[in-house]
Ligand binder design. Structure first.
Ligand SMILES: [Zn+2]
Length: 487
């Protein structure tokens, strides 16, 4: 089957995610299709902070040049480059103000990379750009206000309001992980309960964990209760106190760094220690969502990051329950809490959205939104679909960017079904609607797992007979993908 997509010159962009452990550079079209990724490790001299700025800049430049070389592209064909860094960034000037876990503090990254590459360069904070990416093509698409909360070793957030990143007076907005969630004030009640205790009156039980110091220096920060680092600390504490858990076994015998994948596996086997700690973290995240809603009331809150990616099935219903139980009477309106649709590509797509918006074509605005060129389909007798005079009678996908890709036949026992893998392939790259076309449409229902995947990302779907599916595909005016199944 052919892959055809016409591209004019200068309609390509590069998005780069510079992290403490890896650098990802991606070649991306103006309408947000990720054509290729190149990943390498961030150079370190013991730690990233010890290696020279020059070494890091060289690595970023090299990752862009290798990506383009591998794809037979040159910098002449690139309209702009967006770069994300984990720290406080002055978007307008391209200055990195501070990167606590990297060596780029005080570096004029935007200007330096522009001098090296001769292409417009925009830089931004990684959580802000991840949210911008989700707002362009992911779970926040078609909204103008969205907050992204990313749960990993720490907890970061980005705020997009009126189609723009809200960066604050000192470019430090969105530091949700450092909102003080347990107030470390002197407790006046203690003195009173102490007196009561003397008088034989029992004091109420305090079930909150002890305040621990956050990496930022403060006590009681949100991320000290709900990040992966916090979960690790709680798990170690429980195990040290003699609680039985399979987590060490699932994590390669050690509890030094507990991977999100190991936590997810422990949830699957119903490990008591891990389930109770992750349930607690999910509740804390639920309350953080409530705080966000009460403060800025965005249309969508998108949750992402390693912990959510791995444990969403367990965590999302708990988070939903906390939010649903909000006692503050709220204004009416559609608001949702969704899971990231773009995963690892959210940040690089956001970086491209940023450089496009600084070039005057913000893709989040309807007027600048470019819809991929979708093929026109023709339904023929005997269940054949024609695309540009070529007949298709075997299973295939039309991806979110309009490209055609064959689909492997299903195993016999599930011959008329669609697998989660099909759903993920179709949803990849950001869609509003997935059309499933099959001569057996009447007999097909998506499994709970597949339905949940789409529901959690706000993606609509229809299962239709081939002729109706072809008609809908040709006439609907949204970003779409299709899965074609022939009997
Ligand atoms: Zn903190």
């Amino acid at each position: 089957m052919k892959r055809s997509l016409s591209q004019s010159r200068k309609n390509y962009y590069v998005g780069v995610d510079v992290g403490g452990t890896k650098i990802q550079a991606s070649l991306i079209t103006g309408f947000g299709s990720v054509l290729a990724n190149y990943r390498c490790e961030t150079p370190r001299n013991g730690s990233v902070c010890n290696s020279s700025v020059e070494t890091t800049l060289n690595a970023v430049e090299e990752s862009i040049r290798i990506l383009l070389h591998d794809q037979n592209q040159t910098l002449d064909e690139i309209a702009g480059i967006g770069i994300a860094v984990p720290g406080v960034v002055q978007q307008e000037s391209g200055l990195v103000v501070v990167t606590p876990n990297m060596n780029l503090s005080g570096v004029e990254l935007g200007q330096m990379m522009k001098d090296r590459l001769g292409v417009p360069v925009a830089i931004g904070n990684d959580c802000n750009l991840g949210t911008l990416g989700e707002c362009w093509l992911g779970s926040g698409r078609n909204t103008s206000s969205c907050v992204g909360i990313f749960v990993g070793t720490g907890i970061g957030a980005g705020i997009v309001f009126d189609n723009r990143v809200l960066s604050g007076a000192g470019q430090a907005a969105g530091e949700i992980g450092h909102i003080i969630s347990q107030i470390p004030c002197e407790n006046w009640r203690k003195n009173i309960t102490a007196t009561k205790h003397k008088q034989g009156i029992k004091s109420p039980k305090n079930s909150l964990p002890e305040l621990s110091r956050c990496g930022c220096g403060n006590y009681g920060c949100f991320e000290t209760f709900a990040s992966r680092t916090a979960m690790e600390r709680f798990i170690r504490e429980a195990v040290d106190h003699g609680a039985k858990s399979v987590i060490a076994e699932l994590n390669g015998g050690s509890l030094d760094i507990i991977k999100s994948g190991a936590i997810a596996k422990a949830l699957k086997v119903n490990d008591k220690v891990v389930t109770s700690i992750v349930r607690y973290a999910a509740q804390v995240i639920g309350y953080a969502c409530l705080t966000v809603r009460h403060l800025i009331d965005p249309e969508v809150i998108v949750l992402g990051g390693g912990v959510i990616e791995a444990c969403q099935k367990f965590m999302m219903p708990i988070i939903d329950a906390v939010v649903a139980n909000d006692q503050l009477p709220s204004a009416s309106g559609k608001r949702r809490i969704l899971v990231s649709s773009l995963g690892d590509n959210a940040v690089v797509l956001g970086a491209v959205a940023l450089v496009r918006s600084l070039n005057g074509s913000n893709p989040l605005r309807k007027t600048h939104r470019i819809i991929p060129k979708y093929p026109q389909l023709h339904f023929m007798a005997e269940n054949v679909i024609h695309i540009a005079d070529e007949p298709y009678a075997e299973d295939f996908f039309i991806l979110s960017d309009g490209m055609i890709q064959p689909r492997l036949k299903l195993p016999k026992k599930n011959i008329h079904g669609f697998r989660l893998k099909d759903i993920q392939t179709a949803a990849n790259g950001g869609v509003d609607l997935i059309i499933f076309g099959s001569p057996n449409a009447g007999e097909i229902a998506l499994s709970g797992k597949c339905h949940d995947y789409l529901f959690r990302r706000g993606i609509d779907y229809r299962i239709l007979p081939l002729d109706e599916a072809v008609h809908l595909y040709n006439t609907v005016a949204v970003r779409r993908a299709a899965v074609w199944h022939f009997a």
